[in-house]
Design a protein around this ligand. Structure first.
Ligand code: HAM
Length: 430
């Protein structure tokens, strides 16, 4: 049997391929990153690229030792039979903040807005929209703790999704407070769950000692049943004065700008670096348990990684999940353009000429040529198949007169055009 791709990975396929639907279309994938680039760069974000493998310690310290990501979902990197203590990145933020510290990006205008997209790895149970290699668009703002930055950051995430044409999206907004608020909340949770420890899943019993808040994030149905039965109070009830004030300011900006959101008092997120504002973007077709995207403030992360205290906030969405949502909403993407011209030789001896004509056009337009001689009917069909606007033929008459027989495939009009006038003759819009 021919080899297959690993479970939990996906091929993104070129236009015209037999198994193409929008959720595996490479051009839809690129459409998503193009729109993100446009929206984010208009806001002043600069592109950054960091390694896809990093020190395991970066992830353990950044994302947090009690998270499912670190405890269960890490891909370790082995090379030359040796384990170098590296992992494939399970998210982008820790690597970007490391790069910010390591490369002295503090010198740049502050706050610094950065964006990237690329592959992310989590060894999860595979299902629709839950992959082991997926891709994120990631946006980070480093250097400000101002609530205005939180609101702009959320606005930008909503704007990307709006520009993609998605309508069924909702923002769930919460706050997970400052570290002291979380301590208080964890104390409360210990008190609530301790008498019911027998009913908790094994994982959650462990969470009860390490980080009780992670119980709320549990994927176990019995844990979730117990949380409902005990009417566990949400994190939002435990915000201290500062975090509550900050949350109020973020909401006031969003309200003033008309950004729709729903306050979700129980938002916890799956990563430990968050402080204060945290949110998720949901979509009906992705399911209640999984988000299209998520983000939050991480003012303690840089210091946790050994750098100076530096506030930050950001978000990421899963490109594959965006593609599922686009497909589900029946959104039509702009068709990928074919060549402006396809040039075919009628005889083997003119193939080089056809190639030369195409090559000379390529500094200006997309031009393709046939590698083998073709009969006129086949050449026109080939041009159509490739989505060309024009198809041109070179036979003995054309070769003798330095011309091409150029046909506009839409109107059917055919003209003899001199080679040196070809570029000027072709009009992309006609
Ligand atoms: P996250 O919520 O873990 O946040 O992931 C962000 C998004 O990545 C999710 O909402 C989802 O769309 C996508 N995603 C996560 N896991 C999978 C999976 N197994 N298969 C497909 N898609 C998935 C972060 O990663 C944070 N770094 C976001 C952030 C940036 N916070 C601050 N700055």
């Amino acid at each position: 049997m021919a080899l297959q791709r690993p479970k939990g990975t996906q091929d993104h396929l070129p236009g015209g391929s037999p198994k193409l639907s929008l959720d595996v279309s490479a051009s839809a994938f690129r459409h998503v990153t193009d729109i993100a680039q446009r929206v984010l760069e208009r806001a002043g974000a600069a592109f950054i690229a960091t390694p896809i493998f990093e020190e395991a310690e970066l992830v353990t310290r950044g994302v947090g030792g009690s998270t499912d990501i670190v405890r269960k979902e890490m891909f370790r990197v082995y090379y030359a039979g040796d384990h170098g203590g590296f992992v494939l990145r399970p998210e982008g933020t820790a690597g970007i903040v490391r790069a910010y510290i390591q490369n002295g990006l503090k010198q740049m205008p502050s706050p610094l807005k950065l964006w990237t997209h690329g592959p992310i790895f989590r060894a999860e149970n595979v299902q629709k929209g839950r992959l082991r290699q997926f891709h994120q668009v990631d946006y980070e703002v480093i250097g400000s703790s101002d609530a205005l930055v939180d609101a702009e950051t959320i606005w930008l995430m909503v704007e990307v999704v709006r520009e993609l044409g998605l309508s069924g999206v909702g923002v769930k907004l919460g706050s997970i407070g400052d570290p002291a608020d979380r301590e208080t909340y964890n104390g409360y949770l210990r008190g609530v769950f301790a008498p019911h420890v027998e009913q908790l899943s094994d994982d959650s019993r462990d969470r009860l000692t390490r980080n009780p808040m992670r119980i709320l994030d549990s994927k176990s149905a019995t844990d979730q049943g117990l949380i409902a039965e005990l009417a566990v109070r949400p994190m939002l009830d435990f915000l201290g004065e500062d975090a509550a004030g900050h949350f109020g300011q973020v909401r006031a900006y969003l309200d003033a700008w008309g950004v729709a959101y729903e306050v979700d008092p129980s938002i916890v997120r799956g990563l430990d670096y968050y402080r204060r504002t945290a949110w998720e973007l949901h979509h009906a077709n992705i399911g209640a348990k999984s988000a299209l995207g998520g983000g939050g403030r991480y003012d303690g992360l840089a210091a946790e990684l050994g750098g100076p205290q530096t506030p930050g906030i950001g978000w990421a969405f899963g490109i594959e999940r965006i593609l599922i949502a686009l497909e589900a909403e029946g959104i039509e993407l702009p068709p990928s353009p074919g060549p402006l011209i396809y040039i075919a030789a009628l005889d083997a001896e003119y193939v080089g000429l056809a190639a030369k004509a195409a090559l000379s056009l390529r500094s200006q337009v997309r031009a393709e040529f046939g590698y083998k001689p073709q009969k006129p009917g086949n050449a026109f069909r080939e041009g159509e198949r490739r989505g060309a606007v024009y198809t041109a033929l070179i036979g003995s008459d054309e070769a003798a007169t330095d011309t091409l027989a150029v046909k506009h495939l839409g109107t059917g009009e055919q003209e003899s055009v001199r080679l040196e006038e070809l570029a000027g003759f072709l009009t992309p819009d006609s």
